[in-house]
Unconditional design. Structure first.
Length: 323
């Protein structure tokens, strides 16, 4: 990791323009890491171009620097740095632009990372990509502004589920405290992350709750978000992000699954699990990846077809677990 860290630092010293890319359907870890790194680069006198694959996530507009996302095209000679994704497929319409860059670096914390890019800085053992970015900036002696601290705090806070997931360690809490000392406002980030929902989001969550199915003594809980449900609630698909957290709050669950009808023949799958079910291994067979307790996949097929295939495998795994 030290070699990759130094190579990225050298790239910063050697180049002037950087295309910083968050993954498709960006979360606060991905976009917060992009914006914090952009802030650092500007402080070094460099040109930073933060980008997110379409559509731009409106729910993350509270992150400092959001107004600069997708604002200006990066020059062809810009170094590309991809954040928080284990595969180039996660960069949607920006994948070709990343692969065409003269130099590509990847900063990520997913165990399923494929090792793409010219420089791969991947640490699956850490709680968030924001942790890697923060530690990189500290190791380089970089100034971390209050705006960068806020972005990194949001990255770590949300990827630990508000410091509730099992990736919350003493070291993670210390990082959060240090970011607060640098200018991040924990209460404000918590408010914007979990307590600022439009009416349409609540309506969509209600529809998904009604559609929830409980199986195998409620060790399996699953639901769906269909195009019809989006129309009925008036919500956008990005507003479905909190639904999987509702499902995984069930005390008896071993596996929670949410199916999202992105298109008539394209379904997104989110999985949350508890021991001994491994979420990323479950979805690996469907082209997905992620972490032991949280994983996702984008699968070609109707929502009914994908539900049948994925649930068949989930049921097999749960039935093999002693009661």
């Amino acid at each position: 990791m030290a070699e990759a860290l130094e190579r990225i630092h050298q790239a910063v010293r050697d180049h002037d323009a950087f295309l910083l890319v968050a993954h498709k359907d960006a979360d606060a870890d991905s976009l917060g890491s992009v914006l914090a790194f952009a802030d650092y680069l500007r402080g070094e006198g460099k040109q930073a171009y933060p980008w997110v694959p379409d559509p731009l996530p409106r729910g993350l507009s509270y992150l400092p620097g959001y107004e600069a996302v997708n604002l200006r095209e990066a020059p062809a000679n810009a170094v590309a740095i991809a954040f928080d994704a284990g595969s180039p497929t996660r960069f949607g319409n920006l994948r070709e632009r990343i692969e065409a860059a003269p130099l590509t670096a990847v900063i990520d914390h997913h165990a399923s990372n494929e090792g793409f890019g010219d420089i791969s800085l991947v640490q699956p053992e850490v709680a968030a990509t924001g942790v890697i970015v923060f530690e990189a900036l500290r190791s380089w002696g970089a100034h971390v502004s209050p705006e960068a601290a806020t972005n990194l705090y949001a990255a770590i806070f949300t990827d630990t589920g508000g410091f509730r997931h099992d990736n919350t360690t003493g070291a993670v809490l210390q990082l959060g405290a240090e970011l607060a000392r640098l200018g991040a406002d924990p209460a404000w980030v918590a408010l914007k992350s979990y307590k600022s929902r439009p009416e349409t989001t609540l309506k969509l969550q209600a529809l998904a709750s009604v559609a929830t199915t409980y199986e195998l003594d409620s060790r399996l809980v699953w639901s769906e978000v269909t195009i019809a449900m989006l129309r009925q609630s008036g919500a956008e698909m990005e507003e479905s992000e909190g639904i999987i957290d509702i499902l995984q709050s069930l005390d008896t669950m071993l596996c929670a699954v949410l199916f999202k009808e992105a298109e008539p023949e394209l379904t997104r799958v989110s999985v949350r699990s508890r021991d001994p079910i491994e979420a990323h291994q479950l979805l690996a067979a469907f082209g997905g990846g992620g972490h032991r307790r949280a994983a996702g996949a984008e699968v070609r097929g109707s929502i009914a077809e994908v539900e049948t295939a994925v649930l068949t495998e989930v049921r097999r795994l749960i039935r093999a677990v002693p009661r």
